[in-house]
Design a protein. Structure first.
Length: 300
């Protein structure tokens, strides 16, 4: 399950039933998360300053993953604990950054069209004028022919182009918050008698993302060959199912999904003597776990 956080996010997987294990001086306190026993909600902001560590707490017949916190809570009953095994206390959230997401660029596809006046042509062809590069948590898409040019004297007064990009992805198993940042790089040149607009309409694991868009109206003269629009959206990643949390949380497959984006540019002139040019040069997408990530599954 991959959830896009609402405006006031909460964590429904923290239950009413929980146990705090107070340890000797020099160790931290561990909160055992019994997600299958209750539905107590805790706002995620409370966790953003914590340093995460994966802990295995073994009770009578259940292995649970816990969160290391910086608070000491008294009144702990230890009789239900058979053992506490610390796994990777020295591992920080940055250590997981290299394996948070896999961008399957080999199976990525792209396609689109360009229309100026009454003439249409195919654009956004993979490995021809559209190139995919993945590096760790970042996907970069280089576009060399996603643009419209209406020079002065051209009788065509309108033009548009679009490019559809689809990339299969896998995210790391676990329970954490992650930010998805999209950045569109483009250039625009237009006279007073022209308008221009660039936009990106995307989705991630089936969740529609807010549209990235910027427009240039009639009147102002613009000559800006390098511009960017960017946005960050936060996801709560919770890979287990509530009914089988303790059996599947660290043993299931990596969650698979799709990153999808439809990039578009459009320009219009009110006379043949003005000029207008607009082109998207690239799209960069980064999926990064927040520093206060709750827990990760160990590498297998």
């Amino acid at each position: 399950m991959l959830n896009l956080l609402p405006k006031t996010p909460t964590f429904p997987w923290i239950p009413r039933y929980r146990r705090i294990f107070s340890t000797i001086q020099g160790l931290d306190v561990f909160l055992a998360i019994h997600s299958f026993l209750g539905t107590q909600k805790i706002s995620y902001q409370n966790y953003l300053t914590y340093q995460p560590a994966l802990v295995i707490v073994q009770t009578d017949d259940t292995r649970l993953c816990c969160q290391r916190t910086t608070q000491v809570i008294q009144g702990v009953s230890m009789k239900h604990v058979a053992s506490i095994a610390l796994a990777g206390l020295a591992i920080s959230s940055s250590a997981f950054a290299q394996s948070t997401i896999i961008w399957d660029t080999a199976r990525a596809i792209s396609g689109g069209s360009k229309q100026v006046g009454g003439t249409a042509q195919q654009v956004c062809i993979k490995d021809v004028n559209t190139f995919f590069v993945d590096a760790g948590n970042t996907l970069s898409v280089l576009l060399t022919d996603l643009g419209i040019a209406l020079p002065s004297g051209d009788q065509s007064l309108t033009g548009r182009a679009n490019c559809r990009i689809v990339v299969p992805v896998e995210v790391a198993r676990g329970l954490y918050l992650a930010d998805l940042t999209q950045t569109v790089t483009y250039g625009v040149v237009k006279g007073a008698g022209a308008t221009a607009r660039v936009s990106a309409n995307s989705s991630f694991f089936g969740y529609p993302l807010p549209v990235l868009s910027r427009g240039y109206s009639w009147g102002p003269i613009v000559n800006s060959p390098l511009e960017q629009i960017s946005r960050t959206d936060t996801f709560r990643v919770n890979t287990p199912t509530a009914s089988a949390w303790f059996r599947t949380w660290c043993f299931g497959r990596q969650p698979k999904g799709i990153y999808n984006s439809n990039l578009a540019v459009g320009i219009e002139k009110n006379n043949m003597y003005d000029e207008a040019q607009l082109a998207i040069d690239g799209l960069d997408v980064k999926f990064e776990v927040r520093p206060g990530a709750l827990a990760f599954c160990p590498a297998q």
